[in-house]
Design a protein around this ligand. Structure first.
Ligand SMILES: Nc1nc2c(c(=O)[nH]1)N[C@H]1C(S)=C(S)[C@@H](COP(=O)(O)O)O[C@H]1N2
Ligand SMILES: [Mo]
Length: 200
């Protein structure tokens, strides 16, 4: 047959790019709406609260005692760059929710940053191995400009959902638009459906 095209046995790099995206290569652009905060891990905390059985706040040491998890794959920014084959380390949001115990009425989350940045997601988009609190990039501490000491990581959605300097996940029984979502960006932000702006 002679039809052994590239991609026959797997996805080539280009097949990994959602519509309208380009491969940024080794670069990693920094996109920050606020002033980059310098957070001290000695006083850093991360909380899961709202509609949970056990509202819980972890210190830096306590969150590191949870089962470690990694993500290896791609990330996609709404400004059209994608970065392929990146590896983050941290803890899965599932592990945090296992401790906190979501109530059956919880349908959405509002994620906040220590800076005041917020972003909203359906609960389903942060459970089932799809979201992490990440503090390592390529095996090294996450650089501060990229959200260190720790950021949310939700790589299956546009990267604005991945709140840098993340401080909490609040479980809600309704959808509450975050910073970019109030400013015209799509409520969910699936890059494969090109959900960039409201109405897409
Ligand atoms: N706290 C905070 N988190 C944020 C942002 C921000 O401005 N502030 N920008 C978002 C956007 S639009 C993108 S594309 C990514 C950028 O992450 P990076 O700077 O590490 O590439 O962070 C997201 N998380
Ligand atoms: Mo972005």
């Amino acid at each position: 047959m002679g039809r052994f095209t590239r991609g026959f046995t797997g996805r080539g790099r280009n097949d990994r790019l959602p519509p309208g995206q380009y491969d940024v290569g080794q670069d990693w652009p920094v996109l920050t709406a606020e002033v980059t905060p310098r957070l001290d891990t000695a006083t850093w905390t991360f909380a899961v609260d709202g509609l949970v059985e056990r509202p819980t706040t972890w210190t830096w040491d306590e969150i590191h005692a949870l089962p470690p998890a990694t993500y290896s794959g791609d990330i996609h920014c709404v400004t059209t760059w994608s970065k392929l084959g990146v590896t983050f380390g941290g803890v899965s949001v599932d592990a945090l929710l296992d401790v906190a115990g979501p109530l059956p009425t919880a349908t959405h989350v509002l994620v906040s940053s220590h800076t005041g940045y917020t972003t909203n997601l359906p609960l389903d988009d942060v459970t089932g191995g799809k979201a992490w609190v990440a503090w390592e990039y390529a095996g090294l501490p996450l650089p501060v400009e990229h959200g260190g000491p720790a950021r949310l990581l939700v790589p299956h959605l546009y990267f604005w959902k991945s709140a840098k300097w993340a401080s909490s996940i609040r479980l809600l029984d309704h959808d509450e638009p975050g910073f970019w979502e109030q400013n015209g960006y799509h409520d969910r932000g699936d890059p494969w459906l090109e959900q960039r702006y409201q109405g897409d």
